[in-house]
Design a protein around this ligand. Sequence first.
Ligand code: FNR
Length: 344
Amino acid sequence: MNIDSKRKDEHVELAEKQYVSGSQSDFQKVRFVHHSFPEMATKDVSLQAHLLGHDMPLPFYINGMTGGSEKTKKINADLAEVARQLNLVMASGSVSAAIKHPELVDSFKVIRDVNPNGFVLANMGPNHSVENAKRAVDILQANGLQIHINAPQELVMPEGDRDFSIWLKQIEQIVAHVGVPVMVKEVGFGMSRQTIQQLMSIGVQWVDVSGRGGTNFAAIENERRTSFSYDDLENWGQSTVISLLEAYEFKSDVHILASGGVKTPYDIIKALSLGAEAVGLSGQLLNMVVNDGPEKTIMTLEGWRDKLIAIMTLLGKKSITELQETDLIFQRDIIDWCDMRMID
Ligand code: FNR
């Protein structure tokens, strides 16, 4: 097995090993105010959301995770089956491995084979040429491309990149020339106002802030290290809640998406109320598919649909857009961050 396939298997194993069930993130530091008169019925709720110009019946998507080995091919097939049956947008994991080792293409292509008519996103890092980006899109006959930015992960990863000087330039080129819509995402370290401004300045229109609170790639890469470990970096980055507050002022100029630590329908509603247009699931969905299989995962997610409708009814909100005008209460440390950063 080559080093890339081995890493893909280790990422899944370690994400699973480190998985903690239930919300234990900053989402718990956000609360809604209960008002006694919803003045609407559950049938009035629309869960419709939009992603990269595509209409989605549910406001969440399967975020980039895996591919690149036999084991992850099976996981991609199961995730793609969930995506097919529920009509969810699904991103692959980084296709770089297949560009380097063409024999690994099938472990990504399986997403398209299982779900021929689905809305699929290819995924890769920013250190690629436009040609490679087009190849990644081609492999999956993808409708869009995710570019992941993950400097902390690369630095802790023993075999990771050490030079980030041309990332913005490369992303600018890919966005301009790849020929499909592009989403730029973090991988669980969150984003700042400055990052979002930089992305906007190079023409990026879709940004997933992917913050702290769930899968922790500093911790995952630390476990893969044989020499010293970068323990301090395990607390690096902004939570998804803080990242959304950092992003809030750009809401009308760029499409803001959220992921990172989203484990319950309640978390989804909180992320949408904080300005996200749709929400990405990774670690939680991986855990469900690996342990329960696709059919049970689909049943669980159908239950999530009812729960989303119930919470929106309680809040008196009929649409994802209306959710953005919800009364929210924050714990003190979130308010302190906003004060220090001068966020209104
Ligand atoms: C990921 N993630 C990821 N992201 C990406 O853009 N390309 C990738 O190849 C991967 N690989 C990957 C593997 C595994 C096993 C997991 C669990 C995750 C990161 C993912 O999309 C997301 O940004 C973070 O995991 C944070 O979300 P959760 O897991 O807390 O919901």
